[in-house]
Design a protein. Structure first.
Length: 209
């Protein structure tokens, strides 16, 4: 799976051969805020939130069933309170998305082929299953098990006890994905003090795209 703005040529070929195309509409999905609290080893009380989150599902511009396209909006917020035992040195928050794809399309090859006897295949005129011979163009595809990857889309070095990092209407393109795909937002915070370092993550709702 590749997260990028340009469509791979092989993806277009596979989409045409499988007869898949994107739907010609947009759908905005809104999500409830998420919040978690934790205390660092030296006593700082921290609240991390995901809020103002939505995903605008778009029909992929390449009209390929192996592509997904959407506009992401989400805000990560951090509040640090209390009185820790040691001084805070730095803190960094990253906001992004975890994207999972059922199977990844690796390569596509097109050729003219002849098959004799019982056969089940995919060709440019759709699925075929027969007992006789078949002469015509065929498509061979190579796919691998799916992947789960995290993509950081915004980063903020905290300069105060209340900070945020957000994206709004950012276009996300996913190419080369066969089968279902799911997405969820995340925010990860790393706090460094004189006593030690703490990391906390929070996740949004998992949803299909």
């Amino acid at each position: 799976m590749k997260l990028k703005s340009a469509m791979a040529g092989s993806t277009m070929v596979a989409a045409i051969c499988l007869g898949m195309s994107g739907t010609a509409h947009a759908e905005v999905v809104n999500f409830a805020p998420k919040s978690e609290n934790f205390t660092t080893g030296d006593g700082w009380d921290v609240t991390i939130r995901l809020e103002n989150e939505s995903w605008n599902k778009l029909a992929p511009q390449n009209m390929a069933g192996t592509s997904r396209q959407g506009q992401a909006t989400v805000r990560g917020v951090v509040d640090v309170t209390g009185a820790g035992e040691t001084e805070l040195k730095s803190a960094v928050m990253r906001v992004g998305y975890i994207i999972g794809c059922f199977a990844n399309l690796n390569s596509v090859t097109a050729s003219a082929a002849m098959t004799l006897g019982p056969s089940v295949g995919i060709n440019t005129i759709g699925p075929t299953a027969g007992l006789g011979g078949n002469i015509g163009p065929t498509i061979g595809m190579s796919a691998s098990p799916g992947e789960i990857k995290a993509y950081s889309m915004q980063e903020k070095t905290l300069a105060s006890t209340h900070s945020f990092a957000e994206i709004s209407g950012v276009n996300v393109n996913i190419d080369g994905c066969l089968g279902p795909a799911q997405v969820r937002s995340y925010a990860v915070l790393t706090i460094d003090s004189k006593a030690g370092k703490s990391t906390k993550e929070i996740y949004g709702d998992l949803f299909a795209i």
